[in-house]
Design a protein around this ligand. Structure first.
Ligand SMILES: [Zn+2]
Length: 476
């Protein structure tokens, strides 16, 4: 588009000026390079040091026919140290230009790292805007466990349409926008998606405008007012059937369903407002201003993902429990996000426990019965009871390829039931609600949780942690 070319021109002119003048200005700020990773125990190169992002403003043009993306990312961040350079995570794509505070910046690429050298060093505490102009055909990223994330093209089959979806747990968001791609750096977002007329484009948060650009394109502007970890950002393009509504408490619902999945999705999505309302009763007020679901064609992904405010389902959700799981993540994982990927059980153990609670509250087996069934391997009560839930402690998966294995989910949920057994219902549910109320929009670690649980319940829970959370042996 025209304005990008102008931006680049202005940027290179500014860069030339700076090149001429830096020699005689006398550098008063001494920065050093920001780290190229945050040393996450499982994904050491994910994220970057030296700054925290406050806001992402993404302007993405996407052509589903050929998979071409033309993007501008404006990233507002605060330097947490003096910076001579800093990194963004970006996989593939072509970077056409980078400016920092409007001045052309040098940059280079190495693997998934985009290193930016601003014309002038940044001061500690300084808020600065980085604009990255980029383009190309974004691709899928294969995780250590073999699953696919990043940018996935979809086939809407009978409708004859191709679409796409961006999903980013744990590191796939780097496939479609440059950023600080680690859950510890949460920010607000504006995501503008421009697609050919006839397509819908859906993202997180609230749709603030939908504009016919007059040149055969439609522009969808989405705003996320509450902080979001970048792995929870999504963009979905397709010939979706969109439906809107409200939960009983007045939270706006926006659902987008791929053609061919509408009939099977309808009974599940009909219960979505009720599920959100139920979560509010169990976990405390729903933490975001909007909710809903995105159903992409079946076979697109091997999983559903709790993308913020609007989970992505690959094909119609097969059961209510799956919708409950992804919506429970809005409290556990999205409002309160892990400090590192080692804390993933704080997401998955809680979301699995939410399924048990939903069952308990709706005439199915109670959480205690699920717990007992797992101990006994009774698949008649819990279909997952035959899995190797005790293979490793939920707070210490052996490696990144085990992050989505059953101990993180099932034994994680069992940790919560063990706490409930120790402290009783009143204190336990106060703990579930308090954990969100006291940490929402931030990050927390396993150590934060165990300390909080003991403080909130007034009980020494060391045995639960030692045996269930950290113990190598199968608990009995
Ligand atoms: Zn989950």
């Amino acid at each position: 588009m025209e304005h990008r070319a102008l931006t680049r021109l202005a940027a290179s002119a500014a860069a030339a000026l700076i090149a001429l003048t830096t020699g005689c200005t006398g550098a008063t700020v001494q920065g050093r390079p920001g780290a190229s990773g945050l040393r996450d125990p499982y994904f050491p190169k994910a994220g970057n040091g030296g700054y925290q992002v406050e806001h992402y403003d993404l302007d993405l043009d996407y052509d589903p026919a050929d998979g071409q993306l033309d993007g501008t990312a404006v990233i507002t961040a605060r330097a947490t140290q003096g910076l001579s350079s800093f990194n963004l995570d970006l996989s593939g794509l072509r970077v056409e230009g980078v400016t920092v505070e409007g001045a052309g910046a040098r940059f280079n690429r190495s693997g998934n790292e985009l290193t930016v050298r601003p014309a002038e060093d940044l001061k500690k505490g300084e808020v600065f805007r980085t604009e990255v102009d980029y383009s190309g055909k974004p691709k899928a990223v294969t995780d250590p466990d073999g699953s696919q994330e990043g940018w996935i093209r979809t086939d809407e089959g009978a409708a004859g349409a191709a679409g796409a979806v961006g999903v980013g747990e744990p590191v796939g968001s780097m496939a479609w926008f440059p950023g600080n791609h680690h859950p510890s750096d949460k920010a607000t977002y504006d995501i503008k998606l421009t697609v050919p007329k006839g397509y819908e484009a859906v993202s997180n948060g609230e749709l603030t405008s939908r504009t016919d650009t007059g040149d055969g394109q439609t522009e969808f502007a989405w705003h996320s007012a509450e902080p979001m970890a970048s792995y929870l950002a999504t963009a979905a393009i397709g010939k979706f059937k969109v439906t809107t509504g409200k939960t009983p408490s007045g939270v706006a619902v926006y659902n987008a369903v791929s053609p061919g999945e509408e009939a099977r999705s309808a009974p599940r999505l009909a219960r979505l407002p009720e599920i959100v309302e139920w979560g509010g009763g169990r976990f405390g007020p729903y933490p975001f201003s909007t909710t809903g679901a995105i159903v992409v064609p079946a076979e697109t992904l091997a999983y559903a993902l709790e993308t913020q405010t609007r989970p992505v389902f690959s094909g119609a959700p097969s059961e209510d429990a799956l919708v409950v799981h992804e919506l429970a993540h809005q409290w556990y994982g999205n409002a309160v996000s892990p400090k590192s990927w080692k804390d993933m059980w704080l997401n998955e153990g809680f979301a699995t426990y939410a399924e048990w609670l939903w069952s308990e509250d709706h005439g199915g087996p109670t959480a205690q019965q699920h717990f007992d069934a797992l101990l006994a391997g009774d698949t008649a009560v819990d279909s997952e009871a035959g899995s190797d839930w005790s293979a490793f402690p939920p707070a210490a998966p052996p490696g990144p390829e085990q992050l989505s294995e059953s101990p993180v989910y099932l034994r994680g949920a069992m940790v919560l039931q063990r706490i409930r057994q120790e402290v009783g219902d009143e204190k336990f549910f106060a703990l579930l609600r308090g954990w969100v109320a006291d940490h929402k929009y931030g990050n927390a670690s396993t150590a934060d949780f165990t300390a909080y649980a003991e403080k909130k319940t007034g009980r020494d829970l060391k045995k639960v942690w030692d045996v269930w959370l950290y113990g190598e042996a199968r608990p009995r």
